[in-house]
Design a binder for this molecule. Structure first.
Ligand code: GRF
Length: 237
């Protein structure tokens, strides 16, 4: 089986990148993709260090932080990327690239889109907005990327409880924990072709029967949450 060649774009610490690398390694022969490129617009991004540790090719993309960086489209072409996963990538992807990767570019957003999304809604601001709105639930949204920020077709959302004593840090940590379990599973399923974007713009899913998963129980261990998630995600449509 030829595995899908995955590129991961990240601007920050790369904990989602790490979760993807760890999940694919754990799935071993059953995995459907391999990360072949890590790219960042920040020369100092932790994600690049994680790529080095994993022995994966990494590039710095041309940006105000890196005037001598490489062009995104050229880097994706040179490394024959077949699927692109945005993992905390803080720059808008140029429309020619989102068009070229229609149905082959994913993003994870740390809130339940379409709420609390769009330009400027990233990092602690998202969780502050959720708390200020008095929402009872938040959680990661994984979606296909199109030319409008945080707007592409939703693949999976995992609601996470907002607790009475939450501040933005506690909520961010709970959502990030859910991201680390959900995103790698979605990336692998899209890499397998079991989830794809139909010509009509709707998600075609042989797995992940419903975009909205049952609410996470944060008292469970990661292993129990992963087992529960796998049961939900692998139920045939
Ligand atoms: C995550 O919260 C993700 O939802 C958002 O950016 C953050 C990335 O964190 N898109 P990391 O760099 O993967 O640790």
């Amino acid at each position: 089986m030829t595995r899908t060649r995955i590129a991961v774009l990240a601007s920050g610490s790369g904990s989602n990148l790490q979760a993807i690398l760890d999940h694919l390694a754990a799935r071993s022969q059953a995995r459907h993709g391999d990360v072949v490129l890590v790219a960042s617009n920040r020369p100092d991004a932790g994600a690049l260090t994680r790529a080095d540790r994993a022995g994966i090719t990494r590039v710095v993309l041309q940006s105000p932080h890196a005037p001598n960086g490489v062009d995104l489209a050229a880097a994706l072409a040179e490394h024959r990327a077949e699927l692109v996963a945005l993992a905390g990538y803080m720059r808008l992807v140029p429309p020619d690239v989102t068009a070229a990767y229609r149905g082959r570019m994913l993003n994870v957003h740390p809130a339940l889109l379409p709420d609390f999304g769009g330009p400027g809604m990233y990092g602690p601001r998202v969780h502050r907005a959720v708390l200020e709105a008095g929402a009872a639930l938040s959680g990661p949204s994984v979606h296909f990327v199109d030319e409008v920020y945080d707007h592409g077709a939703l693949i999976a959302q995992w609601p996470v409880p907002v607790l009475p004593l939450d501040d933005e840090h506690a909520l961010a940590a709970r959502v990030l924990r859910a991201e680390h379990l959900l995103y790698p599973r979605v990336v692998d399923a899209v890499a397998s072709g079991e989830i794809r974007l139909g010509d009509d713009g709707r998600v075609v899913r042989a797995r992940f029967p419903h975009a909205r998963l049952s609410v996470m129980d944060p008292s469970l261990s990661d292993a129990s949450l992963a087992a529960e998630l796998d049961l939900q995600l692998n139920r045939p449509s």
